[in-house]
Design a protein around this ligand. Structure first.
Ligand SMILES: Nc1ncnc2c1ncn2[C@@H]1O[C@H](COP(=O)(O)OP(=O)(O)O)[C@@H](O)[C@H]1O
Ligand SMILES: [Mg+2]
Length: 550
């Protein structure tokens, strides 16, 4: 943590040193003043460079020790005395830090700070001159760059490591593009996503569909600190957050009500869904092709018909398709795995299976958490997510066409998937299509994943905003920066805390920033859902007041 001279943490700017070299490619070299020990600085720290005409905002990307007299490096002093070190640091030794300027702001020189404002901020297109003064940013600088929460659709998602300043993200911009949350397991991805949903739901920025593999978003979840984090349904109520489940038993859990029970009619499963399940089902290319032939030949109810064929019929079909008997048998066994899933049904019209209700809710701006209950296998998750997303996509294409005729846009929708690399290892899936089509149809993705290197680079490069917690695999770190110019921040990623610390960059923030993720606690509840944050007695009082006035 950075301290002022008297050792207390501070929200004030702290003078760090002066620019001695600058290179538009390699960044700005700052000669660190001897008042500041390099050991109190951190990679990823936010700094301000006061040039003569331009003020720069940037991030520390690295450090270096140096000496004016090379002899000192060859022959360091023997003594451990701090007096000797102090003397040397006054005369011969010093530290440098490398800063990457991200933004520039033309200053009008107004002492009252009237040049404050996001509109004046532009990507840095020049470098500071010699000896420009460099400061560790103060709270005022953070506010200037990251906007205050009061300003419309900004939502406070975290604080800088060593300060108590809320840093906000622009939710309108979050909704405009697909986004990603990355990080190793246990780094706080799900909590951060939950936080983001709180902001999106509170401001009605978009409707959310959350494919909730581990049933963790709707209701309270125990944190590792043993505290409970409240769920979205508890905070926002049924009018805003609907819960659907694939597991009939979910509907009978006390205190965890479910609004709809979803079934997947076998007839709705198409060849395209199988293609995205190829790996999960261990389908060979030949089997997949055979499935396609079957679908074309037998029509809509192909799967049920194929599964129910007796030996005679099967033989006949094989002959007609010119298919290999063994391959067809193997295909059948694999399709049986789908048929046997507890939520897959042979009957059930679309009206009764819940899918229609789910889509209807989203269309009307409500948020939907889809729980999998005991069907939390990857096969179930991928099958359902694919199938439902395909229907939603069709629906939103239709809604967009209608809306456009009236000069409007379809209601914005964000679809959240976890273990995203399982869906997006190649771009030929419905999710790849959505990521590429961007906002054309007002549908975007929120991708939560711990292995970004397994996601199709084409899809990665479409992501607008990336929020990344600690990653340790070199390939994953590289992948997070696909299609951006932020590669020089790579080293920051590996130095983040093992939890609750993230690097945020992209469309929804003016520049990259390292944050301690906002605590998921009572303060948050009060901010996003005041009514739900009250305890029982307070709720009772509120209800009486609503009835009878104060
Ligand atoms: N913003 C936060 N507020 C409170 N606790 C957090 C926060 N972020 C992470 N944690 C802690 O980290 C643990 C793991 O978070 P989780 O979101 O489940 O990780 P992941 O989804 O990346 O595996 C949580 O149980 C909680 O104890
Ligand atoms: Mg998680």
């Amino acid at each position: 943590m950075l301290h002022s001279r008297n050792g207390r943490p501070t929200d004030q700017r702290i003078f760090l040193g002066k620019v001695t070299r600058a290179d538009s490619e390699k960044g700005v070299t700052v000669h660190v003043t001897r008042e500041v020990s390099v050991e109190t600085l951190r990679q990823g720290q936010f700094v301000v460079i006061e040039g003569r005409f331009v003020k720069f905002f940037g991030t520390i990307s690295g450090f270096r020790l140096a000496a004016t007299d090379p002899a000192i490096e060859q022959d360091p002093p023997d003594s451990g005395s701090s007096l000797v070190y102090d003397t040397l640091s006054r005369t011969t030794t010093y530290a440098e830090c490398i800063v990457r300027p991200s933004l520039e702001m033309i200053t009008t020189g107004a002492a009252d700070g009237s040049d404050v404002g996001g509109d004046n901020l532009k990507p840095a297109r020049t470098i500071p001159g010699h000896f420009a003064q460099v400061y560790k940013a103060g709270s005022q600088d953070f506010k200037q760059v990251f906007g205050a929460e009061e300003k419309g659709k900004y939502f406070f998602i975290g604080q800088p490591r060593d300060m108590d300043v809320p840093v906000a993200i622009n939710l309108e911009r979050v909704v405009e593009r697909s986004n990603g949350i990355f990080g190793r397991s246990g780094t706080g991805k799900s909590i951060l996503a939950r936080l983001l949903f709180c902001g999106l739901i509170k401001t009605n920025a978009c409707a959310n569909l959350i494919f909730d593999m581990h049933s963790e978003y709707a209701y309270s979840k125990r944190l590792e600190s043993d505290r409970m984090a409240r769920g979205l349904r508890e905070l926002f109520g049924a009018s805003k957050v609907m819960v659907f489940s694939l597991d009939k038993e979910d509907t009978t859990r006390p205190g965890k009500s479910v609004d709809g029970w979803l079934q997947i009619p076998l007839d709705l499963i198409e060849h395209e869904d199988l293609a995205s399940l190829q790996e999960e089902l261990t389908l060979s290319d030949a089997q997949l092709i055979a499935a396609g032939q079957l679908e074309r030949r037998l029509g809509k109810k192909w799967m049920a018909r194929f599964l129910d064929m007796d030996a005679e019929e099967l033989k006949e079909t094989n002959k007609q398709l010119g298919a290999h008997e063994g391959a067809m048998e193997a295909l059948r066994r694999r399709l049986q795995r789908i048929d046997q899933l507890g939520f897959v049904t042979r009957e059930g019209t679309v009206a009764k299976n819940g899918i229609g209700d789910l889509v209807h809710a989203l269309e009307h701006g409500r948020n939907v958490v889809l729980q999998f209950g005991k069907f939390s296998s990857l096969l179930s998750y991928m099958l359902v997510a694919n199938l439902i997303t395909r229907r939603i996509h069709e629906k939103w294409v239709e809604l967009t066409e209608k809306a456009e005729q009236a000069g409007q846009k379809a209601p914005p929708l964000m679809i959240t998937i976890e273990e995203a690399h399982k869906f997006l290892s190649h771009g030929q899936t419905i999710f790849g299509t959505i990521a590429r089509e961007l906002r054309k149809y007002s549908v975007t993705l929120l991708i939560i994943d711990q292995r970004p290197s397994s996601i199709d680079p084409d899809v990665m490069s479409q992501l607008g905003t990336r929020i990344t917690a600690l990653l340790s695999d070199e390939r994953d770190i590289d992948a997070v920066f696909t299609g951006t110019r932020g590669g020089h921040f790579k080293n920051i990623l590996a130095t983040l805390d093992t939890r609750q610390e993230v690097l945020v960059f992209g469309h929804a923030v003016p520049m990259e920033v390292v944050l301690r993720t906002r605590e998921f606690d009572e303060d948050l509840y009060r901010a996003v859902a005041p009514a739900a944050a009250l305890n029982k007695v307070e709720r009772g009082k509120q209800a009486l007041e609503d009835l009878f006035g104060e």
